[in-house]
Write a protein that binds this ligand. Structure first.
Ligand SMILES: NC(=O)C1=CN([C@@H]2O[C@H](COP(=O)(O)OP(=O)(O)OC[C@H]3O[C@@H](n4cnc5c(N)ncnc54)[C@H](OP(=O)(O)O)[C@@H]3O)[C@@H](O)[C@H]2O)C=CC1
Ligand SMILES: O=C(CO)[C@H](O)[C@H](O)COP(=O)(O)O
Length: 465
């Protein structure tokens, strides 16, 4: 039994197995453990050339004994109770300075709690990129004390994706900062995916395009300003066939979207921070609504199906509309990160975040390179107001408006794209309609309003009656 593995890992599921192989491939000896022993055995048996760097263990005691001191152990198990149970089981076996690193999708508040707990050193690290990313280079968002991060930084940077040689791994800040950034990443992911799905609906039900042609459109767009992992895989998904029948894969997938919770957490946390993220909220709502299959069938019975065929939108308008929507959803995400910096006293490295999202993660896209330089050149400015992205929005928001308007007229629901447009329009209107809301609040509850002359605590005539 090895006693000098550089690091340990618990949880050889989709992500853990890939991450362990990546770590071994980069030259670090690793000891692994999985709750179900057969999984560990299978993993070791299939390790091939990497087997020499991997020590499979069948008990936590053996795992701990196989790691060099001070130890570092990655957890890659489902977020929530499983993480707490694993920490509770591990700590009695560890020395005081041994480090536990949760690389799952933990809620950042749980990570804050675990970092603060007096039970021993702890890091909360967000990892994005799915199985392929974990295996060949994910984006890694660290959270916790800098000296603890320094103990594993060489491993994290070695296994991370690289953008022109720059590792997509960095410490985001103390406590749950890494998992907060990962959560917002996932919120943006939800909105980006939903916007693409909305355009897919227009192509399929509005333009009547077949799946292969839709796949061709996404593949073409992936050569232009929309170039991104999500556009790329959307094209591949549209081209894919059902293995059993040869039918287009999309035609046999029930349109009820699953979710594990990170999008919902983003939305709930955004409300706490008073950070408007309407495109992300709309994407979560769209997943919730999609799951109401019976009610939707009932609705179709009662009212008839909403989406109608129409051909008033050319592909360039759709592409530009999607560009505008995408910029607005990223702008909302980065504004939420700014709100966390303000409220939690963190100093989230905005430009660096955009940099480490350029490769490895699910929302990687060519636009993120420009976002990184823009956030560096104009720190603290909402992305939609920065020189670079304001220019793109000037060029594309008309297309977004056409897409939303034509879709609405023809019964195509576009919750995320229309929320993005509403955000854009509200954010460029000095005098909106909240005067009416303030008047109503004062009328029924004497809540007071600010007069345009600057006086606060003012009331309408009803206060005197
Ligand atoms: N899949 C993805 O694309 C991504 C996932 N993540 C996050 O990574 C983490 C792991 O996800 P993923 O690899 O997909 O999950 P999997 O379901 O593929 O694997 C889960 C692993 O955790 C183990 N496990 C489950 N419950 C417990 C428990 N109560 N105690 C100990 N071990 C347990 C399982 O062991 P056993 O074999 O015994 O069941 C298995 O090894 C999650 O937090 C997830 O949100 C993050 C980024 C991307
Ligand atoms: O973190 C991820 C990618 O970044 C995971 O793939 C995430 O779990 C997907 O979320 P959901 O299941 O809610 O769609």
């Amino acid at each position: 039994m090895s006693e000098d593995a550089r690091i340990g890992l618990i949880g050889l599921g989709t992500m853990g197995a890939a991450l362990a192989s990546n770590i071994a491939e980069k030259g670090f000896d690793i000891a692994v453990f999985n709750r179900t022993t057969q999984v560990t055995r299978d993993f070791a048996a299939q390790a091939g050339d990497l087997a020499a760097r991997i020590t499979p263990t069948e008990s936590l005691e053996d795992l701990v004994a196989a790691i060099a001191k001070p130890r570092a152990i990655i957890l890659m198990v489902p977020a929530g109770d499983a993480v707490d149970a694993q920490i509770d089981a591990l700590r009695p076996l560890l020395d005081d300075d041994d480090l536990i690193i949760d690389c799952g999708n933990a809620n950042f508040q749980d990570t804050d709690r675990r970092v603060e707990a007096a039970t021993g050193p702890f890091l909360g690290v967000g990892v994005s990129g799915g199985e392929e990313g974990a295996r060949h280079g994910p984006s890694i968002m660290g959270g916790g004390k800098a000296d603890l991060w320094a103990r594993v930084e060489d491993i994290m940077t070695a296994i991370a994706a690289k953008h022109e040689g720059d590792p997509c791994a960095a410490l985001m800040g103390p406590g749950g900062a890494g998992h907060f950034v990962k959560m917002v990443h996932n919120g943006i992911e939800y909105a980006d995916m939903q916007m693409i799905a909305e355009v897919y609906g227009i192509l399929r039900d509005g333009h009547g395009m077949d799946y292969d042609s839709i796949g061709d459109v996404f593949a073409e767009w992936n050569k232009g300003p929309l170039e991104s992992y999500l556009i790329e895989i959307s094209g591949k998904v549209a081209h894919a066939k059902d293995l059993a029948t040869g039918a287009p894969l999309l035609s046999v997938i029930v349109d009820a979207a699953g979710q594990k919770g990170t999008g919902r957490w983003t939305v709930i946390e955004a409300q706490h921070r008073l950070a408007p993220v309407p495109a992300i909220e709309a994407a979560v709502v769209a997943r919730n609504l999609s799951a109401r299959l019976e009610e939707r069938a009932k609705g179709q019975e009662v009212f008839g199906a909403a989406p109608q065929a129409f051909d008033g939108l050319d592909l360039t308008t759709l592409e530009k509309g999607l560009m505008a929507g995408k910029i607005l959803c990223y702008a909302q995400g980065f504004e939420m990160l700014s709100a966390a910096t303000r409220d939690f006293g963190w100093d989230l490295p905005m430009s660096r975040i955009a940099q480490i999202w350029r490769q490895g993660c699910i929302i990687r896209s060519s636009m993120l390179d420009d976002m990184a330089s823009t956030l560096n050149a104009e720190p603290g400015v909402n992305l939609m107001f920065t020189d670079h992205f304001a220019a793109i929005l000037r060029d594309t928001h008309g297309a977004l408006r056409q897409v939303v308007a034509q879709a609405a007229l023809n019964g195509h629901p576009l919750p995320a794209l229309s929320s993005g447009l509403a955000y854009f329009d509200m954010m460029r209107t000095t005098r909106g309609t909240a005067d009416m809301v303030q008047g109503q609040r004062d009328f029924f509850g004497l809540h007071g309003f600010v007069h345009t002359n600057g006086k606060t605590g003012q009331h309408g005539p009803w206060a005197k009656g």
